[in-house]
Ligand binder design. Structure first.
Ligand SMILES: Cc1cc2nc3c(=O)[nH]c(=O)nc-3n(C[C@H](O)[C@H](O)[C@H](O)COP(=O)(O)O)c2cc1C
Length: 220
């Protein structure tokens, strides 16, 4: 039996591209793995973590456990619950939009709170080598040579945490120009946007199949 941990951070459910591509990926894994796979979900887009949990948990890290206040104890237990979900999974799917040229605040809060658990602090190897997918949706275009090249300040940060700090075996699936469908000023980019979206779904299907092979090889 294998377990998928899936985190969504889009603040919308209707029409969400990051959720749709993550759905394709999840379905591909479920199909390839057969019926014996469970999915653990965290939807920080529609159910954000409590705003003060990270600071309370982080500060508790500087105080001996015997001196923790009830609030610090609760925040630490909450961070441990988030950590348990990731540790228990065989594969991670983290889906996120680009918001205001940066990382979703809700996703950042999840990452910061997770890092406040000792198992996910920089320098630890708790999830080293675990297969993971980062699904990113961006409304605009940020390719080399475009006016906003370099303005996506989310993806590099997320790679830093997922690949370098937590040392996950990361696959990134990116879709751009998602606003072309609704923004008349981007109308001429619609064909390109549709092509990119189709490619992302293809990459999700292929990624789902190949991670299943990795999981089987690891279990053998
Ligand atoms: C509040 C907000 C801020 C956004 N900021 C950006 C941005 O800075 N750059 C960008 O390319 N798209 C931006 N977008 C567009 C989203 O990245 C795009 O719609 C993406 O597809 C959202 O993910 P979703 O489809 O999974 O909801 C923003 C959207 C919202 C709602």
């Amino acid at each position: 039996m294998s377990t998928i941990f899936r985190l969504d951070s889009s603040i919308r459910t209707e029409g969400s591209v990051s959720r749709a591509v993550a759905d394709t990926l999840e379905a591909a894994i479920l199909e390839a793995e057969g019926g014996d796979t469970t999915v653990t979900r965290r939807d920080v887009g529609t159910q954000p973590l409590p705003g003060d949990v990270w600071a309370t948990s982080a500060f508790a890290g500087f105080v001996p456990e015997t001196e923790w206040t009830p609030e610090q104890r609760a925040a630490k237990a909450f961070a441990a619950e988030l950590a348990d979900e990731v540790v228990a999974a065989d594969v991670l799917i983290i889906a996120t939009p680009l918001y205001n040229f940066g990382v979703s605040a809700h996703l950042k809060l999840w990452i910061d709170t997770l890092i406040s658990d000792p198992r996910f602090a920089p320098g630890t190897e708790t999830v080293k080598g675990k297969p993971a997918f980062l699904v990113v949706a961006r409304g605009g275009g940020y390719g080399e040579g475009t006016p906003r090249a370099g303005w996506d300040h989310a993806t590099a940060y997320l790679r830093r945490i997922l690949e370098d700090v937590w040392q996950l075996d990361l696959d990134v699936i990116e879709t751009e120009l998602t606003l072309a469908e609704v923004n008349p000023q981007m109308a001429e980019l619609r064909d390109l946007a549709r092509e990119q979206l189709a490619e992302s779904h293809d990459a999700a299907r292929a990624g789902g199949r190949s991670v299943t092979l990795k999981l089987r090889a690891a279990a053998a």
